[in-house]
Design a protein around this ligand. Structure first.
Ligand SMILES: O=C[C@H](O)COP(=O)(O)O
Length: 631
């Protein structure tokens, strides 16, 4: 039994889903159809932009072009450019088409809209829309046009009679009055796919929609019921009537994929029936769950959602909701509303192409990794620590983990990887146990109701053994101060985590000769707060060297490292000064790591970008040298 989707699942709205930039492919990921808003459909796009949009459209089952206040020939990209595989529904108003056909455009332009690519296409007319009463081409091929069908009749049912164009002057004269036949837009095709179209009213959302314009003078209306559609069967295509008035629900238990439902229409301006919503869809498709917050979509229930129209109609036809709840039954459901405020679809003609599989791609990965070297206790003073913390955009987390697992690590090197929170668990479970994991931040105290924060307890719960604190981005972008960071370090250490405690000076501070003062002040904040130094690693990362390619010279780095060690000796203890690993971070790479590692007080690295390249990262890891601990 076919599964059924709601229209809101099926359709994206272009403004949100194909607008540009990184969102350009959202439609193809989340939806199978796309509704072009006039503001976007009529916009001028560069050739490159059109190419991108077309590549998105090509993967869709359905594209809806709306009516616009501008000549639809300005639709961009041109409809004729869309792949024949894409089911195209053209939503155009009578006025729009009239304007198009009567304007002084080249024959090619005039043909643009009616001439769709070969293939199965269909026509969807929405409120304010009706079949044109004039030919769509100056010289339509005889027998090749049907009322309301703007496409070539490539699949006309056997026995169906071609309809003679009402006007044959190319639409340059005043069009003849629309005929009942043209308004009915009876289907001329056999629907072949498994979509059971339906019309459903949702009175609850009527108050969410703009009020209708006053009813037009009766003289402008066709006689009520003049285009009532009788129940009838045309080959395998059923045609069902919508009750003209009143609320309630009409169920068509025999509706099938070949069913077509049409609402009564009161002439060419306003439907008689106060249908407010148009719905169709298929349900229970695990591949396409209802979006939690579809663009401009209002969730009515777990299986019902409503999309507000993003196009506008002429004043005589107020906007209506175009919504798509799930109809989890094979029967079509039609309901009219007692609220006579909304225009209704004149005709709904839906089809569905074979389902495409939605295969979510691997998410973009931002993995921060840290590697540290194991303290060399046997040397008495020498420890190594190698840390890396990049934020890659393009590397896959799987590849990164795989690369790390293949790096041959020397036995005296501690390696710590610090991915973003959301990847911690995966990385922990994927990495060799030889490599530890670190968080990039943590909450300042015991966990509780601190929405959005990650507690030390939670980190420990997933096997995280380190946390980076005081990174320059936390200080200078997020605004954490020395004392706050010190408290974090204290809590993490008390709970058994290791702390990679960053210290760093800004460029202006270095240029003002304040490097030592800034670093000592930050060291003091740690020293004032932490209960011990056994699991503390100091990471000196001059802000001006992070991610800039401006690495400090080995001598500059050594100068700060030895000064910090001296500060620890004077202000904490000689033992702490000797045993505490002080690592360097800031544009470390495979080319400069060896010289930096030779410095007596550089015990390892905190590596960003270079750690994303497996071989280079291995070089950095193995460049770290053990240092002796003072007796
Ligand atoms: O978090 C990363 C470190 O701050 C260093 O980054 P980097 O090696 O890209 O300069």
């Amino acid at each position: 039994m076919p599964t059924i989707h709601s229209a809101s699942t099926y359709l994206g709205i272009d403004n949100e889903d194909i607008g540009g930039g990184h969102e350009q492919t959202t439609t193809t990921r989340r939806y199978r159809g796309l509704l072009f808003a006039p503001s976007s459909a009529a916009v001028s796009r560069t050739a490159s932009e059109q190419k991108t949009v077309l590549s998105c459209l090509d993967s869709l089952d359905l594209v809806l072009f709306p009516e616009t206040s501008e000549p639809s020939s300005q639709l961009s990209p041109p409809i004729s450019s869309v792949s024949p595989q894409t089911r195209i529904h053209v939503v155009l108003s009578h006025l729009d088409l009239q304007k198009l056909c009567s304007s002084n455009k080249s024959p090619q332009e005039r043909r643009q809209l009616p001439v769709l690519p070969d293939g199965d296409h269909s026509l969807l007319l929405l409120p304010g829309t009706q079949a044109p009463s004039f030919p769509l081409r100056p010289e339509p091929p005889s027998g090749d046009l049907f009322p309301g069908d703007y496409t070539k009749s490539s699949s006309r049912p056997p026995g169906a009679s071609p309809v003679r164009p009402i006007s044959s002057d190319g639409g340059n004269s005043r069009p003849d009055p629309p005929s009942a036949a043209s308004r009915r837009l009876t289907t001329r095709r056999q629907l072949t796919h498994n979509l059971a179209p339906s019309l459903v009213d949702v009175p609850a959302c009527a108050d969410n929609l703009p009020p209708a314009d006053p009813a037009p003078p009766s003289s402008t209306l066709a006689p009520s019921g003049s285009d009532q559609l009788p129940n009838k069967t045309n080959g395998q295509t059923s045609l069902l009537d919508v009750p003209e008035a009143g609320g309630g629900e009409t169920i068509f238990p025999d509706a099938s994929p070949e069913t077509r439902i049409s609402a009564p229409h009161n002439g060419n301006l306003r439907p008689a029936s106060p249908l407010t919503h148009l719905r169709f869809g298929v349900d229970d498709d695990p591949l396409s769950p209802l979006p939690s917050s579809p663009p401009r979509c209002r969730r009515l229930s777990p299986h019902r959602a409503q999309i507000q129209p993003s196009w506008s109609y002429n004043k005589a036809s107020p906007p209506q909701a175009f919504s798509g709840p799930v109809i989890p039954t094979p029967r079509a459901l039609l309901q009219t509303s007692p609220v006579p405020t909304m225009a209704c679809p004149a005709t709904l003609f839906l089809r569905r192409s074979p389902r495409r599989q939605f295969v979510p791609g691997a998410p973009p990965i931002a993995l921060q990794q840290a590697v540290s070297a194991r303290p060399q206790i046997k040397f008495g003073s020498g420890t190594q620590l190698l840390l890396s913390s990049p934020q890659p955009e393009s590397e896959s987390i799987i590849k990164l983990v795989s690369d790390l697992n293949t790096v041959k690590l020397e036995s005296d090197v501690d390696v710590v990887v610090a991915p973003p929170f959301v990847y911690l668990d995966f990385v922990k479970s994927s990495l060799s146990e030889r490599i530890e994991i670190s968080a990039q931040n943590t909450w300042v105290g015991k966990g509780g109701a601190f929405t959005g924060e990650i507690s030390v307890e939670q980190l420990k719960d997933i096997g995280c053994s380190w946390v980076i604190l005081g990174h320059s981005e936390r200080r200078h972008i997020i605004g954490e101060d020395d004392q706050f960071i010190g408290k974090k370090a204290a809590y993490a250490l008390n709970e058994g985590l290791g702390v990679i405690a960053c210290i760093e000076e800004l460029l202006e501070e270095r240029e003002a000769g304040k490097t030592f003062d800034v670093c000592f002040q930050q060291l003091k904040a740690y020293a004032d707060a932490v209960p011990g130094w056994e699991k503390m690693v100091i990471a000196y990362e001059p802000v001006w060297a992070i991610g800039t390619g401006k690495v400090t010279t080995p001598e500059q780095a050594q100068e700060v490292h030895v000064a910090c060690r001296d500060w620890l000796k004077k202000n904490v203890s000689a033992e702490v000064a000797s045993k505490t690993r002080i690592i360097y971070g800031g544009s470390v790479n495979g080319g400069n790591c060896a010289e930096l590692a030779k410095q007596e007080d550089i015990d390892g690295f905190l590596v960003g970008g270079a750690s994303l390249k497996g071989p280079e990262f291995a070089t950095i890891i193995n460049s770290v040298t053990s240092k002796k601990v003072a007796a």
